[in-house]
Design a binder for this molecule. Structure first.
Ligand code: ATP
Ligand code: MG
Length: 755
């Protein structure tokens, strides 16, 4: 849909329009969920372009690549293909692009690799081993988090080592060597011509700090800087945006302090307060009307967040309908929770003629997805899981990508370690470690050691390493000849032996791994064929995939009508008609790890607020009384968060606050009595064996259906029609099923057969 200028201004309320029309100078919008912050940013960019601002000179930073893709798409609807020229993306992707252009200033080449978290941890494990440190005290994970925390506060390895105050925490944790590990880790990354995720921000800061002419260039290139989800920027990100807009001061940030959920990764709410100090003439605009959700949902969310002590004061109201109360589903076990939720989706879909994509299941941790997957699959409801084991995290995908990475950047130590013995060439771990150390000690690229292995080693391993070097040389030639990403990758997949090895594995898993690699090759082909990719080299392709976040999973080509399952963290900014927040149990949500301080608990509560505010029309909570965790059955208490929602918004309020409530009991134990609706409504399908439809079940036309007819339903089994209601074009039948009791079905959707 093409919007013209007047159209889009007329779909905004007064303060939104004011923000869109705001001319030059700093602008900040801190407002509640669903109040149109992202919409304002989008329209503001469109408006700037309409008024002659060159899209190349607009920088817009969003939280996921998907969010920026959507924003670009909308802007394109308003201003046309010019929108493609906007500098738009996540902090990481935009600054990776700038770092590639300016790499030489920092001693990198523009082909530098990006280490993902696995690469970083693997490198740390090697170093910890080389230093003979106890890997129980020095867990790669913990060390990695310390280094990452330091980088996000812009503390370099040298700063770290020279500053006792910074080390104090780690010393207390008896990890005195973190400084040395940090230093070695940073050196090894540099020698590998690799940056980890945090480096992308850290090095951008270094670049702008040490090379004023580079900073000058970008300060004058970008005329407008926009940041969505400003509450979740860390110090490093904030400094970059502040520097970039220091000259023109056209910076517009939007966010919601109540949705700040990344403090654990260094995001800093203080940025909001600092912003007013750094830009004292900032224009602050309030948005108070929520357009996303029903009155019940907005007010329930307000009742929850009001419990947080540290928050900026703001109001949110909605003119939307009151909507239905929030359902509370109580399950005996995690499996039953899966069935209750899946059944509720099934019924709601049938009764309201909804699509799968109208539903989302949000959980605290990825591990919770299993029971929902099983239950949805049984009911034949398609779903998609965002995050978890993502496509790009699969071993076979990372293996092929490592070959591609090493072909482009022969210093890449982690890629090298992955492929040197894959497929098996009889090269052991100790040889690999020796090569890495030799390279590092002589300050040489890994490749120099590999290509001249005779100078560094003797014996049996020389031949296979030589053969490996010849193989990589042949790949490099293809790149040098100017072959595109697909030609090179397809050749490497074959010549490396990866495809053959997977092909020969005839197990189901082997087959699916083979297909995954084919799928990656298809993806590369698509990248090459896409008219929007200007640069079709392997290096450009690698850059485009190395920064995909969990929320950027490849969409199934033509089949997007799926229930979405994801963690609440990745649901930020999104909206769905019906939302299920599941696993509302103590120690799970709020997470056990977040119970130690008020700050942590408040962050969990903000997470709950984010979850609630994703829902447009209908919200449900669920919890289980027992669940399997780490292989053991565990009894669970309902989450304190269930009690923090004003009970007048809950469908279970009657039970929560009825006469049977014993006020001497701790709150959690009365929450245990929460019961969803009449339990008969859900129980049947979950507690009895599913109906197996008669052979050749074909739904019949139900137009002539009458009271007393005997019917068979695809899922509910056999029953008798007890009532027919006609309401306009809606025809409903109440059927008493043998297995599941009475159900009311919308006849245009019900899969019924008249017997
Ligand atoms: P969040 O805090 O969750 O990121 P947000 O403040 O960014 O939310 P948007 O996603 O921009 O909110 O808007 C929420 C929904 O309300 C969207 O579907 C948007 O299209 C709609 N909306 C926003 N403003 C208006 C308006 N003036 N008229 C109609 N719909 C609106
Ligand atoms: Mg938003």
């Amino acid at each position: 849909t093409i919007l013209n200028h007047n159209d889009y201004l007329s779909t905004l309320n007064d303060p939104q329009r004011e923000a869109v029309l705001h001319g030059e100078g700093p602008l900040m919008i801190i407002a509640g969920a669903g109040s149109g912050k992202t919409r304002v940013l989008t329209y503001r960019i469109a408006h700037l372009i309409e008024n002659g601002v060159d899209p190349f000179r607009i920088l817009s930073l969003t939280f996921t690549n998907k969010a920026s893709g959507e924003m670009r798409h909308r802007i394109e609807g308003a201003v046309g293909t010019e929108a493609r020229n906007i500098w738009m993306g996540t902090f990481h992707s935009v600054f990776a692009k700038i770092l590639r252009i300016e790499a030489r200033y920092l001693g990198y080449t523009s082909d530098f690799s990006i280490y993902d978290t696995d690469d970083s941890k693997s490198l740390l494990r090697s170093i910890i081993k080389e230093y003979n440190l106890d890997d129980k005290t020095y867990k790669a994970n913990v060390v990695f988090n310390r280094i990452s925390g330091a980088k996000n506060r812009l503390v370099s390895a040298d700063d770290y080592i020279n500053n006792p105050a910074i080390q104090a925490d780690d010393e207390a944790a008896k990890m005195k060597e973190i400084g040395r590990l940090y230093k070695t880790y940073a050196t090894r990354c540099f020698q590998a011509n690799a940056m980890d995720f945090d480096d992308l921000l850290f090095n951008t800061n270094v670049l702008f700090r040490d090379f004023p002419d580079v900073l000058y260039k970008y300060q004058h290139k970008f005329q407008h800087v926009m940041v969505d989800e400003f509450q979740d920027t860390n110090v490093s990100q904030y400094l970059i945006t502040r520097k970039l807009s220091a000259v023109h001061r056209n910076i517009c940030v939007v966010g919601d302090d109540a949705q700040s959920i990344y403090a654990f990764r260094g995001a800093n709410i203080e940025n909001i307060l600092n912003f007013e100090k750094d830009f004292p003439d900032v224009r602050t605009i309030k948005l108070e009307q929520n357009y996303r959700s029903t009155g019940t949902i907005v007010n329930a969310a307000n009742s929850v967040i009001a419990r947080n002590k540290s928050q900026l004061k703001k109001e949110t109201f909605t003119a939307n309908e009151e909507g239905s109360l929030i359902d509370v589903l109580k399950a005996g076990s995690d499996n039953e929770e899966g069935r209750l939720v899946a059944t509720a989706i099934f019924e709601e879909k049938m009764q309201k003629a909804l699509r799968n994509e109208n539903f989302a299941i949000l959980y605290r941790t990825n591990a919770q997805s299993r029971s929902f997957e099983e239950a949805l699959r049984k009911l034949g409801i398609k779903y998609r899981i965002i995050g978890g084991q993502s496509f790009y995290q699969r071993k076979e995908i990372k293996d092929l990508l490592a070959y591609l990475r090493f072909t482009v950047n022969q210093r890449d130590e982690e890629a090298f370690k992955r492929i040197i013995n894959l497929p098996k060439r009889g090269i052991g771990d100790s040889t690999v470690a020796k090569i890495a150390v030799a390279a590092s000690e002589n300050d040489l690229p890994i490749w120099d050691v590999v290509a001249n292995i005779g100078n560094y080693a003797s014996g049996r391993t020389i031949t296979p390493i030589d053969q490996f070097a010849t193989l990589i040389k042949s790949f490099k030639i293809l790149v040098e000849e100017g072959k595109d990403a697909y030609e090179v990758a397809a050749h490497i997949a074959k010549a490396s032996g990866i495809l053959r090895e997977l092909y020969e594995d005839k197990t189901v898993e082997g087959l699916s791994r083979y297909e995954n690699v084919q799928e990656l090759l298809n993806g590369i082909k698509e990248f090459v064929d896409n008219p929007e990719s200007e640069d079709k080299t392997l290096s450009a392709f690698l850059q485009s995939v190395s920064l995909l976040t969990n929320a950027d999973e490849p969409d199934d080509n033509n089949d997007n009508d799926r229930v979405t399952m994801m963690t609440i963290h990745s649901a930020k900014g999104l909206e769905f008609r019906n939302v299920f927040i599941v696993g509302l149990e103590e120690d799970l949500f709020p997470s056990q790890m977040m119970l130690e301080s008020r700050q942590d608990l408040e962050e969990e509560r903000r997470l709950f607020y984010v979850a609630i505010t994703r829902a447009e029309k209908r919200l449900s909570f669920s919890y289980a009384e027992s669940r399997y965790q780490w292989g053991r059955l565990k009894m669970c208490e309902p989450s304190r968060f269930l009690l923090e929602v004003d009970p007048k918004f809950l469908n279970a309020s009657r039970i929560l606050h009825g006469p049977e409530r014993d006020s001497s009991q701790p709150a959690a134990s009365s929450a245990r009595n929460l019961v969803q609706r009449k339990s008969t409504e859900y129980k049947p399908v979950s507690n009895v064996a599913p109906h197996i439809p008669s052979e050749g079940f074909v739904p019949t036309d139900t137009f002539d259906l009458a009271e007393g007819d005997k019917v068979e339903h695809l899922k509910f089994g056999f029953g008798e029609v007890t009532k027919i209601e006609v309401n306009g074009s809606d025809r409903k039948a109440t059927v008493k099923f043998d297995l599941v009791g009475e159900k009311t079905l919308l006849l245009s959707f019900a899969k019924l057969r008249i017997l």
